[in-house]
Ligand binder design. Structure first.
Ligand code: ADP
Length: 446
């Protein structure tokens, strides 16, 4: 096992990884930018090293500075968390070259699954259902029009290197496809440094269902069942839950097995999430694979009892996954509300600043993953998520009631947060009925 792990991230996920390290008797080294200098979670680390100024380019995604910090601290591994450098194959390669273990997949496995176009090809070879669309990148307008003609409108143009819900354009007519193709590619080039775009069928009433998978370095992979993340705003998840409401047993087993097969085919180790859209007939189509631990991993931890972050550290150190697929059982229902420092009353504009009152909820079945405390100042420089409220109960109805109860206890002042939005959603008849589609929230907010 590792002696010392460097955490190349910040906020709640840095704290989550510190906690996993503690329980495994591993020393945790944090890095921080000057904007996070006063962050209270840094005190829980064995050591904290300043790596630069607030802009991520000068700190959290600056590979040279992260590696320098790992060498100064004499860390034998780096945990990237999610976001920042987590899905960068070049970073995984630099870690390998510096003989520091990257807690995540190899650059080769990332190459097979991380890029959306390569991933679709790997999926096809592993008999995992993908969307009808272009087989690779499309560069010529005529080619795009031909593909769209075959699969039928509406179609969606997506960036191969896209992420965070950015770089997507829905086209309902040939004229709009012609108009958007070049702009989408230019936008992708500017945002992700890669202008490759592809086309796929746009599903109107889909649900977002994803499968959590774990693999080890000995060729073994299992799935930890699915999560439903259909409650989204601007293609960004707002609420996640597990298991997915009302998914047929047979279809669910098939998609979960397909996800595990895909990860095995890529010789993948670590945590991965295979994302699918599910249509009204519960047919699944793979969207992409996230080659890292995800924000919403706790809902799966609560229904399976497996500590996913500890598992990522263990398999990186070469341990075998101690579970067979038949050891994994789902118990009850879990749900996560992302608490963002945003004002839902005013177009979700960011609301950073000092938190004077912070009273998180507690009691049975409540888990709070947050780095915020009273007196903490939310910096304006990063993602607005200040924490995740996760609850577990025997079934979905009780889970929603428990979430409503926990949200009512939660006080954060004076900054604005998404707590009132979540409170409204817990009372919403459509959400309570289960199985809302990915555009439900946008319609509700109109
Ligand atoms: P990102 O990597 O930016 O998160 P994804 O490919 O995971 O992009 O897609 C994010 C979200 O965009 C999905 O959860 C879904 O809401 C929407 N989306 C993506 N592809 C399609 C599609 N073909 N049809 C309908 N909605 C889509």
């Amino acid at each position: 096992m590792f002696k010392r792990v460097l955490i190349a991230n910040r906020g709640e996920i840095a704290l989550r990884i510190i906690r996993a390290c503690r329980e495994l008797s591993i020393e945790a080294v944090c890095v921080y930018s000057t904007a996070d200098r006063e962050a209270p979670y840094l005190r829980l680390a064995d050591r904290a090293i300043c790596i630069g100024a607030a802009p991520a380019k000068e700190s959290y995604i600056n590979i040279a500075r992260i590696i320098a910090a790992a060498e100064i601290a004499d860390a034998d591994a780096i945990h990237p968390g999610y976001g920042f450098l987590a899905e960068r194959a070049d970073f995984s390669q630099v870690c390998r070259d510096c003989k520091i273990e990257f807690i995540g997949p190899t650059p080769e496995a990332m190459g097979k699954l991380g890029d959306k176009i390569a991933c679709k090809q790997t999926a096809k070879a592993a008999r995992v259902p993908t969307f009808p669309g272009s087989d690779g990148a499309v560069t010529e307008e005529e080619e795009a029009v031909e593909v769209a003609g075959k699969i039928g409108y509406p179609v969606i143009i997506k960036a191969a290197a896209g992420g965070g819900g950015r770089g997507m354009r829905v086209c309902r007519t040939e004229a709009s496809l012609r108009m958007n193709l070049r702009a989408a590619s230019q936008e992708a080039q500017a945002a992700f440094g890669d202008g490759s775009v592809f086309i796929e069928k746009f599903l109107e009433h889909a649900r977002h269902v994803e499968v959590q998978v774990l693999g080890d370095k000995h060729g073994h992979a299992i799935h930890l069942y699915e999560r439903d993340c259909s409650m989204q705003r601007r293609h960004q998840k707002v609420i996640e839950e597990a298991p997915g409401p009302d998914i047929e047993r047979r279809k669910r087993d098939a998609v979960c097995e397909a996800a595990a097969r895909l990860v095995k085919a890529a010789n993948y180790h670590g945590a991965a999430t295979v994302e699918f859209l599910m249509d009204e007939k519960q047919n699944f189509y793979m969207l992409e694979v996230n080659t890292r631990v995800q924000v919403e991993h706790p809902v799966t931890e609560l229904i399976t009892g497996i500590d996913i972050v500890k598992a990522t550290i263990r398999v990186a150190a070469g341990e075998r996954l101690p579970w067979k697929q038949s050891d994994i059982h789902v118990r009850g229902h879990a749900m996560e509300c992302r608490i963002n420092a945003e004002d839902p009353e005013h177009g979700f504009r960011p609301s950073p600043g000092r938190i004077a009152v912070f009273e998180p909820p507690g009691g049975p079945g409540v888990r709070m993953d947050t780095h915020a405390v009273a007196g903490y100042t939310v910096p304006p420089n990063y993602d607005s998520m200040i924490g995740k409220l996760i609850v577990h109960a025997d079934d979905r109805g009780q889970c929603i009631d428990r979430m409503a109860r926990a949200l009512a206890e939660f006080r954060v002042e004076p900054i604005k947060t998404t707590i009132p939005l979540h409170q409204r959603l817990m009372q919403d008849a459509g959400f309570r009925a289960g199985g809302v589609d990915i555009h439900y929230l946008e319609r509700l907010l109109k």
